[in-house]
Write a new protein. Structure first.
Length: 364
């Protein structure tokens, strides 16, 4: 399964004409985000105060929308340049979750519900606010970690609204009173980057090395993907200069990857961590990733869940889940329909309709 076989959609129980119509819809609804990503960020795409919100990591221009459809492990359709290595923004977070699964499997992190300070001794989890924060809190975005990392304060993402349900979106980037860890859900890139750093320190190795050796190489991914941090996120560990990578491209950096390699990871998750008879990621970890956060049922361990009531894709199976980043970009995984969709640079408001159209093409 290293190279997906292009299959006639009809042989996979899919109406080819309807599927083509869905792809035409995706192409016609390309994101309005500037293809010059650096310019988009400099113009304040994330609506943050300057200079705190300035870009501090690498960026690259994007291409037109691209994507592909897999069913039953077979490649049915592609559009755009699926081999182009593109910025993927917050889909990077889901890859951090995969690396966490490896740390748990290897016993490096034996208990994700234990305080991070039991393992990570860099001072970032010693304050009264931070001392009880667990790995699970970080994964579910309920940590309420307080501090500044790579010149970005935690409050830069206070009141950030990514679900459209916030009553305080107008207060974005203003300080609020912090709550005890595990009692407040907030989508906060500074805290995800703090998790990435903590995980790197637990491994004593760069996360891209872990991802490559333990996940991407075994599933036949290309050598083209890159995972970046920031200009100031380098540390000396045991005499080696190592970069802590970011969980998005909010300020540049993050995972840059092709749609084809995203699809391999999507298929791996659809297979519950198995690839060609080999368990790459523990199946128990995949299940844990898909357990709803009590404070936000649309979120697991850095994966979005298609909660039947509040999910992004109403009318689709509640068992579906996805990674999502600015653009909009998704890896949509639908176990009930044996389906993986990778779609990049579609207007967010149109993404649910696109997914609905793809599902409507399935005959059996």
């Amino acid at each position: 399964m290293q190279n997906f076989n292009l299959t006639d959609p009809e042989k996979a129980g899919v109406d080819g004409k309807l599927l083509s119509q869905a792809i035409d819809f995706a192409i016609k609804n390309e994101s309005i985000m500037d293809r010059n990503i650096g310019a988009a960020l400099e113009r304040g795409h994330f609506e943050e105060p300057w200079p705190i919100g300035k870009t501090i990591g690498p960026v690259k221009n994007r291409k037109a929308g691209s994507g592909l459809i897999l069913r039953q492990g077979q490649l049915l359709k592609t559009w755009g340049d699926v081999e182009f290595v593109d910025m993927t923004f917050s889909i990077s977070k889901s890859y951090i979750s995969l690396c966490m699964g490896i740390a748990v499997a290897d016993g490096i992190i034996p208990d994700i519900h234990a305080p991070i300070r039991n393992i990570v001794k860099d001072g970032g989890f010693e304050s009264e606010q931070n001392q009880d924060i667990t790995w699970a809190h970080m994964l579910q975005l309920t940590s309420e970690w307080e501090g500044t990392l790579w010149e970005k304060p935690d409050w830069i993402d206070h009141y950030r609204d990514v679900t459209g349900n916030s009553l305080h979106a107008d207060k974005r980037g203003s300080k609020r009173k912090l709550q005890p860890p595990g009692t407040y859900w907030e989508y906060n890139d500074v805290r995800v980057n703090r998790l990435s750093l903590a995980l790197m320190l637990a491994f004593d190795r760069p996360l891209p090395q872990i991802l490559k050796e333990r996940i991407m190489d075994p599933i036949g991914a290309t050598e083209t993907w890159e995972w970046h941090g920031y200009d100031n996120s380098w540390l000396d560990i045991k005499g080696e200069r190592i970069q802590s990578v970011s969980g998005g491209a909010h300020w540049g950096g993050g995972l840059w990857i092709s749609s084809l390699d995203h699809a391999r990871v999507g298929q791996l998750m659809l297979n519950k961590g198995w690839w060609n008879g080999r368990e790459i990621i523990p199946e128990k970890w995949v299940d844990a990733c898909l357990t709803p956060c009590p404070l936000s049922p649309v979120y697991g361990y850095l994966w979005w869940l298609n909660d039947a009531k509040n999910g992004m894709f109403p009318g689709t199976p509640s068992s579906a889940f996805y990674a999502m980043g600015v653009g909009t970009q998704i890896i949509y995984i639908d176990p009930e329909n044996e389906l993986v969709i990778v779609a990049r640079w579609i207007e967010k408001e149109q993404m649910p309709e696109f997914v609905r159209m793809v599902l409507a093409s399935i005959k059996n």
